[in-house]
Design a protein around this ligand. Structure first.
Ligand SMILES: Cc1ncc(COP(=O)(O)O)c(C=O)c1O
Length: 452
């Protein structure tokens, strides 16, 4: 498959395709909600305050229409049918690859492997690159912030290879301790893998600096972009990592879609991950030769509708402008960090103190109330927050909490959602008979107590 006609477009930076220096007005979340059919329904008679976008985002009509169009008008497998609908399906599927490349400024769409989610992308690298390149006593450096998806695959790998894992600790405010990172790099790890933005605390890590330090120490770098691609302009060439992964369902796209970007020379050298149809060039009874990248890593029939839906989601976001989305969420996080401690006495908010250092995530606890009770009671007011360990149990061990509650944002979130959350949390406190008149001095914010 030749994609060269599209490569020039893929090389353009997301922002340069967005246009010139013209300053565009801030996002208008109330108006944008009209694009998301889920808001047409009421939950318990109220408008949904959806504050769980870090878990999965809502889907705009444009995404649903793109998937529906595929399912109704040209449902066909890809790279097979030499007839009209087959060619349309293949073109739409490959077009999504080009859109993904353009969105994260990958130099070449052939470096994009379409996968079902970030978890699959990380497993692909751990199995394929990892099993070939990690050996006995080698070290992989991770961080205390990682989602289980960027931890468990490496645990399995080091167990199998008798290799080691090391972890960059966090300061009490949720930022990584870069001094310790520097010390760990002196052990000459083979790989460093860390999240771009923490799903647990919202911390935006200094990815460019961390990649540079890792490369200087001779390590390759995998960046987990599951919470970055949906919320910030991401430029994989500027970040300069070796692997970058994300999930489509957090970026306004469908479940079952996502991407691995990796340098072409790495993908070429890596053995296949899953084997079967599509990933082959020639199969004989006792030997097989493999397809070119990226198809070598796309065994079996992909989730074609989801891939096409992801392409539509990225178009939608590119039209809105990722810089505007970042600014929108920075403003909302700043508002939440100001309003929640003022309106909800005793609340503990975890993570960096400044919205500048955070993605669209605010994680918190109410003293004496289990986060599951918080989430259940908020649901009565149609406010959806996540409660639990958010697939970051080691991070929660570090925080000394079994669970937390988390509010997270996207294009459709606004100040009214946060005001409703604050009001809802006061009602939760009333239910649990917690005093709401405690002095504000009792309000704790973990970020204020950085002891490191
Ligand atoms: C930082 C991070 N990495 C990886 C994942 C895994 O994403 P998925 O379940 O879509 O594979 C998530 C999901 O919450 C995440 O937040």
């Amino acid at each position: 498959m030749t994609l060269t006609a599209e490569n020039a477009a893929a090389r353009a930076t997301p922002e340069s395709t967005a246009g010139t220096a013209t300053v565009r007005p801030p996002l208008d979340p109330q108006a944008l909600r009209a694009d998301f059919p889920i808001f047409e329904r009421l939950i318990h008679g109220k408008r949904l305050a959806y504050l769980d976008s870090a878990s999965t985002s809502l889907k705009p009509r444009r995404v649903l229409d793109a998937m529906d169009g595929y399912n109704r008008r040209y449902t066909t497998n890809v790279h097979r049918g030499i007839y009209t609908t087959g060619e349309e399906a293949t073109a739409a599927y490959e077009e999504s690859r080009v859109k993904i490349a353009r969105f994260i400024n990958a130099p070449d769409p052939h470096e994009i492997v379409q996968v079902r989610n970030a978890t699959e992308a990380i497993n692909l690298v751990a199995y394929s690159w990892g099993r070939r390149n990690i050996g006995r006593a080698d070290t992989i450096v991770l961080t205390e912030l990682e989602h289980h998806a960027n931890l468990v695959p490496w645990q399995l790998l080091v167990q199998e290879k008798d290799a080691d894992l090391e972890f960059v600790p966090i300061h009490d405010d949720g930022r990584l301790n870069l001094q310790t990172y520097e010390v760990l790099l002196r052990t000459r790890p083979k790989l460093v893998a860390f999240t771009h933005v923490s799903n647990g605390l919202g911390t935006i890590n200094p990815v460019r600096e961390m990649v540079e330090m890792a490369h200087a120490a001779g390590a390759l770098v995998l960046v987990d972009g599951a919470q970055a691609v949906p919320h910030l302009p991401v430029d994989v060439q500027a970040i300069d990592a070796d692997f970058y992964v994300f999930s489509g369902h957090k970026v306004l796209g469908p479940t079952g879609s996502g991407a691995l970007w990796a340098r072409r020379e790495l993908l070429d050298a890596m053995p296949p991950f899953l084997a079967g149809g599509e990933m082959i060039r020639e199969v004989h009874l006792r030997r097989t030769t493999f397809n070119d990248v990226p198809w070598k890593f796309e065994a079996g029939t992909p989730d074609i509708a989801a891939a096409i839906g992801l392409g539509a989601a990225l178009d939608y976001l590119a039209d809105l402008g990722m810089d505007r989305l970042r600014e929108h969420e920075r403003e909302l996080v700043g508002y939440a960090l100001e309003v929640l401690p003022r309106e909800v006495p005793g609340i503990t908010i975890y993570g960096p103190a400044s919205a500048d250092d955070r993605g669209g995530v605010v994680t918190f606890n109410l003293p004496g109330v289990h986060p599951h009770d918080v989430a259940t009671l908020l649901d009565r007011d149609a406010i959806a927050v996540r409660a639990g360990h958010h697939c970051t149990q080691p991070l929660h061990e570090r925080l000394g909490e079994a669970a937390t509650a988390r509010a997270s944002f996207n294009v459709y979130s606004d100040r009214d959602d946060i005001d409703r959350l604050a009001k809802g949390l006061r009602s939760v406190q009333r239910v649990f008979d917690r005093p709401t008149s405690e002095s504000h001095a009792a309000t704790t914010q973990a970020s204020a107590n950085d002891l490191d």
